[in-house]
Design a protein around this ligand. Structure first.
Ligand code: HEM
Length: 534
């Protein structure tokens, strides 16, 4: 499927700004200068023998931070440069849509925010984003804590009885546990539905996993055969997918009906100031239904809920999985994290205020997202001709691209770029504590926390788009703070009680990727009660 081509030998262009501008204009008028872009040379086996983002990284080191990758008749531009990423995601965001990604996700998410066309997105983003306001997030601390406690209780029960000296161990696939936990949290937080998946299986849970599995299959299968007429009836997995969607849709429709029947319409400001401590239903659905002037048909609401169910589930589970994977290989950092937990909350309960003091745990979460970004690639397609700026090195004068260019912004490459990170492949949560000075490379000024005052977690603004775990610009994740707090709490409560080690060697934990990076056969760990706390 991949067309291997020789690498461009063209010298990096320099010259005076007027020449550059006139080159670009000529290129733009002639339909783009993609032709002068370095072209990745690879073997088909690069694509199928390992996750695609690994090969994209090798080609980034070889060809530079903007290159072209050809799949048969199709070409992708791969971007691993913060300035170019910032241009595509923020500065010229509305010249791009989600391209291939929207094609894949539309049958599942309909007109939900991720695949939505611009007009729908503009209306719905305005309504959904205010739903993630400060009091809602504070109220979610209780949901995150209670759900995490269910997981902890389950592990304690598996360990059984008194074990003050932490001798008994239990072997568990923590990836599966985190997946159940994240599903329960998203169900309660977004539509006040308790899947209870930590402790049981149900047809709805099975259907959700079935739909996620299909979303993943579609994002890694290069021929969209499911679009062929009759495929949904003739291909068994597509038939199953339609059945799964029906089960989920019926569940969501019931919740929407119920929320609408108990609607108490009010202004957005009043909704944002509700007394959340006394609310029986603090969910986002409640907010969306009660908001005055945000009337929307049930179909759209269902698409929104489905989008958040999928966007907020596997992603968070993956962050927790990789955080544990990394900590288990760095016992001294695990001890450091536990020491912080003991000092901040001992064996007590978490509150919103206490999260602010869990600085090291928060950095572990973001460092895990740096090394294992979810998703590893952001996908875009240009809607009109555009000019990608020269990157931070200034060694090209930019590339003019025609309308319809498919782009991968490789977050994985940016997060492991040797140009921006010391020891890029090492797990060093402490790195975010260092506000780096300008390292002498024009256009790059390193971390600057003052760019995002009050932020609890490092973000794309502080790093000027070298670190973008939640994307950036107008299409940035709406659930970023929700997810970060959820991960911080779940990790804190796990480490508060248990020591965790991998059951086998780290090399045995094979990576696979779809929309997120996950393991091939689970994250099998050995857990025991901490013997140093009582
Ligand atoms: C968008 C990451 C959790 C809802 C995004 C994007 C990223 C991302 C990178 C931007 C995609 C793009 O530009 O193409 C993550 C990660 C999460 C997480 C790493 C967990 C650690 C959540 C949660 C929710 C959520 C918990 C909802 C409760 C969304 C939505 C969008 C989005 C609705 C689309 C926003 C728009 O286009 O306006 N997410 N996300 N995400 N995310 Fe998240």
């Amino acid at each position: 499927l991949i067309r291997c081509q020789s690498t461009s030998t063209e010298e990096p262009k320099t010259g005076n700004p007027l020449d550059k501008a006139s080159n670009l204009l000529t290129n733009l008028l002639s339909g783009g200068n993609l032709g002068s872009m370095p072209i990745a040379e690879g073997a088909v086996s690069d694509l199928f023998s390992r996750p695609l983002f690994f090969s994209l990284y090798d080609w980034f080191i070889e060809h530079g931070s903007v290159y072209k990758l050809a799949f048969g008749p199709k070409a992708f531009v791969v971007v691993s440069d913060p300035i170019v990423a910032r241009h595509i995601l923020r500065e010229n965001a509305f010249s791009y849509d989600k391209g291939v990604l929207a094609d894949i996700l539309e049958p599942i998410m309909g007109k939900g925010l991720i695949p939505a066309d611009f007009e729908t997105w503009k209306l719905r983003r305005k309504v959904i984003a205010p739903g993630f306001h400060a009091l809602y997030l504070e109220a979610m601390v209780k949901v995150f804590t209670q759900c995490s406690e269910r997981s902890i209780l389950k592990i304690e029960e598996l360990l059984g009885g008194e074990d003050l000296h932490g001798k008994k161990t239990v072997e568990l696939d923590l990836e599966a546990e985190f997946s159940s936990l994240a599903l329960d949290i998203i169900g309660l937080g977004v539509f006040n539905y308790d899947f209870g998946s930590v402790t049981k299986e149900s047809p709805v849970i099975k259907a959700v996993y079935g739909a996620l599995f299909e979303a993943e299959h579609r994002s890694t299968f290069y021929v969209p055969y499911w679009k062929f007429p009759l495929a949904r009836w003739l291909v068994p997995r597509q038939r199953k997918f339609q059945k799964d969607l029906k089960v989920i849709n019926e569940c969501l429709d019931g919740l929407i009906r119920n929320a609408k029947e108990t609607r108490q319409e009010t202004d957005v400001e009043k909704l944002q100031q509700r007394d959340y401590s006394n609310l029986k239903d603090a969910s986002l659905l409640r907010f969306l239904v009660d908001m005055r002037g945000a009337d929307v048909d049930d179909r759209q609401l269902r698409d929104d809920l489905m989008t958040m169910l999928i966007a907020g589930h596997e992603t968070t589970a993956a962050v927790l999985t990789w955080a544990v994977f990394l900590l288990a290989q760095n016992p001294s950092k695990m001890k450091k994290a536990q020491a912080e937990i003991d000092q901040v909350l001992g064996q007590g309960r978490l509150t919103f205020e206490l999260i602010k003091q869990l600085k090291y745990i928060r950095l572990i979460v973001v460092e895990s997202l740096r090394l294992y970004p979810q998703p590893p690639l952001l996908i875009r397609r240009s809607l009109k001709p555009d000019v990608l700026p020269g990157g931070y090195k200034g060694d090209t004068d930019g590339y003019a691209i025609p309308a319809g260019t498919d782009i991968f912004v490789s977050v994985y490459n940016l997060h492991r770029s040797p140009y921006f990170w010391d020891n890029p492949n090492e797990f060093e949560p402490e790195r975010f504590l260092v506000a780096r000075n300008n390292d002498g490379i024009e256009g790059w000024s390193g971390f600057d926390p003052s760019r995002s005052p009050g932020a609890l977690y490092p973000n794309e603004i502080i790093s000027d788009f070298a670190f973008l775990p939640f994307g950036g610009g107008p299409r940035k994740c709406v659930g970023d703070q929700f997810a970060l707090m959820e991960s911080t709490i779940a990790l804190t409560l796990l480490l508060q009680k248990f020591d965790v080690e991998l059951r086998g060697s780290p090399e045995e934990v094979e990576l696979v990727t779809g929309a997120t990076i996950h393991t091939k056969n689970g994250l099998w760990c050995r857990l025991k009660k901490r013997s140093d706390v009582h």
